[in-house]
Design a protein around this ligand. Sequence first.
Ligand SMILES: Cc1cc2nc3c(=O)[nH]c(=O)nc-3n(C[C@H](O)[C@H](O)[C@H](O)COP(=O)(O)OP(=O)(O)OC[C@H]3O[C@@H](n4cnc5c(N)ncnc54)[C@H](O)[C@@H]3O)c2cc1C
Length: 585
Amino acid sequence: MSQKVTVSVPNIGEATDVEVIEVLVAKGDSVEAEDSLITLESDKASMEIPAPEAGVVGDVFVKVGDKVSEGTAILSLDVQTTSGTTEKVPEETSAPTSPPVSSATSSTHGDDDNVPNERVEVLVIGGGPGGYTAAFRAADLGKDVVLVERYDQLGGVCLNVGCIPSKALLHVAHTIEEAAELADSGVAFNTPEIDLDKLRQHKEKVVGQLTGGLVALAKKRKVRVIQGRATLISAHSVSVEQEDESTVIHFEQAIIAAGSHSTLIPGFPYDDPRLIDSTGALALQDIPKRMLVIGGGIIGLEMANVYSALGTSVTVVELANSLIPGCDPDLVKPLQRRINAQYENIFLQSKVTRIEPEEHGLKVWFEGDKTPEHDTFDRVLLAVGRRPNGLSMGAEVGGVHVNDQGFIPVDRQQRTNVPHIFAVGDIVGQPMLAHKATHEAKVAAEVIAGHKAFFDARVIPSVAYTQPEIAWVGLTETQAKAEGQAYEKASFPWAASGRSLSMGRKEGMTKVLYDPETRVVLGVGIVGSQAGELIAEAALAIEMGADTEDLALTIHPHPTLSETINFSAEVAEGSVTDIYAPKKK
Ligand SMILES: Cc1cc2nc3c(=O)[nH]c(=O)nc-3n(C[C@H](O)[C@H](O)[C@H](O)COP(=O)(O)OP(=O)(O)OC[C@H]3O[C@@H](n4cnc5c(N)ncnc54)[C@H](O)[C@@H]3O)c2cc1C
């Protein structure tokens, strides 16, 4: 059963004849209790009038520009009454007093319950690459934006405990390794002295420069950044929990960019500080003598690279039958050959079943053909993947569907099942990469601003910043074989690259996969120095629908590593002269 009630302007203090500057609902809209109905603006402040209870909006009696005072009827509301109850729904009700809110810059306290209360056009949850990009783009497109981040630094995982600190350390690690390798070219350095505090400071300085830059960029754009944990309390509002208070923010549209967290394996002794995740590894507390890395994916191998270069004896254990599962084996091979020689052990198709803290280390039990039954390490790094944070911010209270794994499904415009709530980044699915998050973020912000934007990237490149680097984009051979997709392949060994040899490196390889009929480039894989820089050309080629002839006829500067893309395409075309690879008949 439903009953009609009239919602009128509540006590708004001394103010009379206050202008209606926004009508936020229309006939037929469903509203929750506390959802904003209209916004009023006096010469002192703006204030929103919330719904006194949930219901469906009937006739709206006010329009923008009207002047209203206490008691002016705003709209009629159809409210549900529980059948069988005798509870009387009042004929007419005033909305609870809404707190005056300065329209864009500050929050004030509500009369009812002292909960600070704001309203905003676009609310963004999460200050990582997805969140800050969405917030900045939306602000650039004219939206009033609030960005809520639970930590006191913007930048999310990527800037604080992911992409950037890991690359700052990997740069140092690669320089150490390359300096040592120069001995083969007649220049020998002494064993490096490592000042761990300084190295940590270097990493933190890089992170600080970038996160500080974000604060400045937010200010310039008038994006209000609020520190606190946001939880959806309705489809149009979040509660932001701060240290000793909470704020309610009402929004017209929202973008959820709450990211992901490290996956844990149940039963391990997480209260022991010697068991760390990637964040613990990046904290660089010490240089352990022996470290076990559980997980031979990109993050595990990058961290292994850092610690190995600093002098740690590293063992890697991986459940799958190859490192970097999903990456083509021929791309992984040069990396594996190199680290086989550097690391203490690499155990594939093996797993850790138990970890027990002991005085002198963490005792680890293995299961696998080549593993010992157990061994003891100074540190154990768990790097077995990441899980989305979809279940941790009340999404479902706002009506947003979260799947069993914690991902929030979205359409190609980044819209969730709730049309005014969008989601971007790690929280919407694989691949969990910062450059995917930022592209999705721009789509969401542009759609909110009324643009016809879609996430229609054909490909998303992946990079392992190991030594050598591995990068791939588009179709992989592994995927093509699994899906039965026809392809042809042409590859160029870097042993024939003048630039690679002059850098003292010959283990690299560039391969191009292309359509056998049209010769359109389907995928490119590169292993070797700076593969991550080189792969962008391949991504562009695929986006532009280039074929192998386009790549072969594009003049690349000599001598560069980029030539290897040119040469692999020439192999496909049968025009290569730098190696002997006549065209297949
Ligand atoms: C060690 C490591 C190295 C990596 N290296 C790379 C790399 O080289 N290249 C690459 O592309 N990717 C890399 N990644 C992955 C990359 O960091 C993520 O893909 C990227 O950060 C995802 O961005 P996001 O905005 O979706 O989420 P995040 O960066 O996770 O940001 C989400 C933010 O939301 C905040 N948040 C969560 N819940 C709430 C809430 N309820 N209220 C308020 N705030 C909330 C979090 O505090 C966080 O700041 C790496 C990751 C790790 C761990």
